[in-house]
Structure formats: structure tokens, C-alpha cells
Design a protein around this ligand. Structure first.
Ligand SMILES: Nc1ncnc2c1ncn2[C@@H]1O[C@H](COP(=O)(O)OP(=O)(O)OP(=O)(O)O)[C@@H](O)[C@H]1O
Ligand SMILES: [Mg+2]
Length: 244
């Protein structure tokens, strides 16, 4: 492999096996994200998409293989250590604190920062710039927001420490087509600010239409990988994974 190509990768997962308590759910996953890319993971329920995202954040046991982020081996490191290297993570479920206000949720995204060095106010304002509706609702409890706005809070929280890589696990789950499109537009906007994106999506057709590249996961292994466009135009992928 060319040295340039190696250096170009912000994240590189090589042949990982791992799971929960000794049972492997991931059976040899390899994938990468190049600087500034949007990479999408699709695949059937239970194929290990969320487990792959968790593995990057140190939330599952990795029994073999490697995960390199910005040149550093991060597999099996502690989650707080990994995120301190500037990885933001929005989990599939329970990704906000419902009873806390919008602003308090955003503050939680920076709780690990030491006082003094870090400018909390600036970071919160930066998030409101990306998601203006949140500014109007800053004092409201998150539970009172619409589904789309709750996802904005979850994404905003993950952006508080200005990550270089953002991991999004089904950011449009349960949203109306209108809010789904809005969240996709925001993801592209965040990517244009220089944040590389790795995301799991069940709205596969829409996601493939703006993804640089994508992977299809089946039973804990990546089965197909290509540009979003090629996967979208593939008859085989269409029949098997995109509903015909
Ligand atoms: N905490 C856990 N402990 C044990 N097994 C788990 C745990 N979480 C998930 N699994 C199992 O791991 C497998 C993969 O789950 P995972 O959540 O990664 O799938 P997924 O591709 O994200 O599915 P979905 O599309 O439904 O979100 C499933 O068989 C699931 O039952
Ligand atoms: Mg999942």
C-alpha cells in the first residue's frame, strides 16, 4: 500500500473479532474512513452494525485484529481515552438525557473537559449555529422536543469536543421523511466543516446517495464495499438490501 494512502486514513479497522463476554459478534470486520469522507454502513438487523460502532469506542471486547485511529492503536482502550483523541459518538439508543434541558445535554458532551482551558460557552454557541432550532429551545427539557430536535441534541452533544471523526448510529431512526432529510443535510454540513463521518443507516437508499463509500455488513462481516453510487446502482445490492 502506498504511504500516502495509509496516511490518508483517519480510521482503519483491520480484521476484528469481538463481541460481548467471549461470544464473537464481529467475525473479521475490516473497514476504513479516509479524511473528510462520509462512509455509510448498511446491513440487516442483528448483522453487527451497532457492535462495530461500539467496538471503535471501546464498548465491546475485541479479541483480535486492530483499530487504528489517526495512526494510534485504540482497540480495547478505555472509552474516555478514545474519545479524548477526538471521536464523537451518537449511540443508536438512549443518546440524550430526557429530563435535562437542551443546554444541559450539550454541557454533558463536554463534562470530561477541565475547567479553565475549555470554553464551554463558545462550544455551545458553535452547536447552536449548526442547529439554530436548539437555541430557541435551550432551556426546555429534551423530552419535550420533537424527534428530529432530539437527534439534533444528540449530535450536538457529540460535537461539543470538536471531533475529527463522528460516529452516528441510525441518526434518522423513527423520523419523518422531512426530518430525515433535514438530518442528512446537517450531516453533510458537518462533514463540510471538516469532520469525517462513519454512520449506520437504515434509510439505505437516501444515505447511499450522498455517501462517498459504503459497506454492507452481513453476520458480523463486511460482504460488499463500494462507492455509494455503485452500490445504489447495483442490481444485486438493490434486490438483497434495498428492497428491490
Ligand atoms: N449487550 C449485548 N450483549 C449480548 N449480545 C448483544 C448485545 N448487544 C447486541 N448483541 C447481539 O449482537 C448481535 C448484533 O447486534 P447489533 O446491535 O450490533 O446489530 P445491528 O446490526 O446494529 O442491528 P439493528 O439493525 O437491529 O440495529 C445481535 O445478535 C444482538 O443480539
Ligand atoms: Mg444497531
Amino acid at each position: 500500500m502506498e504511504q500516502n494512502e495509509l496516511n490518508n486514513k483517519i480510521l482503519s479497522i483491520d480484521n476484528i473479532y469481538g463481541g460481548y463476554g467471549g461470544v464473537n459478534i464481529l467475525n473479521g470486520i475490516s473497514l476504513h474512513v479516509k479524511n473528510s469522507e462520509i462512509v455509510v454502513i448498511i446491513g440487516p438487523n442483528g448483522s453487527g452494525k451497532s457492535t462495530t460502532m461500539k467496538s471503535i469506542c471501546g464498548l465491546v471486547d475485541i479479541n483480535s485484529g486492530s483499530i487504528i485511529f489517526k495512526g494510534k492503536e485504540i482497540s480495547n482502550m478505555r472509552t474516555d481515552k478514545i474519545t479524548s483523541f477526538k471521536i464523537g459518538y451518537v449511540p443508536q439508543e438512549n443518546n440524550i438525557f430526557s429530563s435535562l434541558s437542551v443546554e444541559e445535554n450539550l454541557e454533558m458532551g463536554a463534562y470530561s473537559e477541565k475547567k479553565g482551558k475549555y470554553n464551554l460557552k463558545n462550544s455551545i454557541e458553535r452547536i447552536y449555529k449548526i442547529f439554530p432550532p436548539l437555541k430557541d429551545k435551550q432551556k426546555q427539557a429534551a423530552i419535550n422536543l420533537s424527534g428530529g430536535q432530539r437527534q439534533m441534541v444528540a449530535i450536538g452533544r457529540a460535537l461539543m469536543l470538536d471531533p475529527d471523526l463522528l460516529l452516528l448510529d441510525e441518526p434518522t431512526a423513527g423520523l419523518s421523511p422531512k426530518f430525515t432529510q433535514l438530518i442528512f443535510d446537517k450531516i453533510v454540513e458537518i462533514n463540510n466543516l471538516g469532520v469525517s463521518i462513519l454512520m449506520v443507516e437504515q434509510n439505505a437508499k437516501e444515505a447511499l446517495s450522498f455517501a462517498d463509500r459504503a459497506y454492507v455488513l452481513v453476520m458480523g462481516k463486511n460482504r460488499f464495499e463500494d462507492t455509494g453510487e455503485n452500490l445504489l446502482n447495483s442490481e444485486e445490492i438493490g434486490k438483497m438490501f434495498l428492497g428491490g
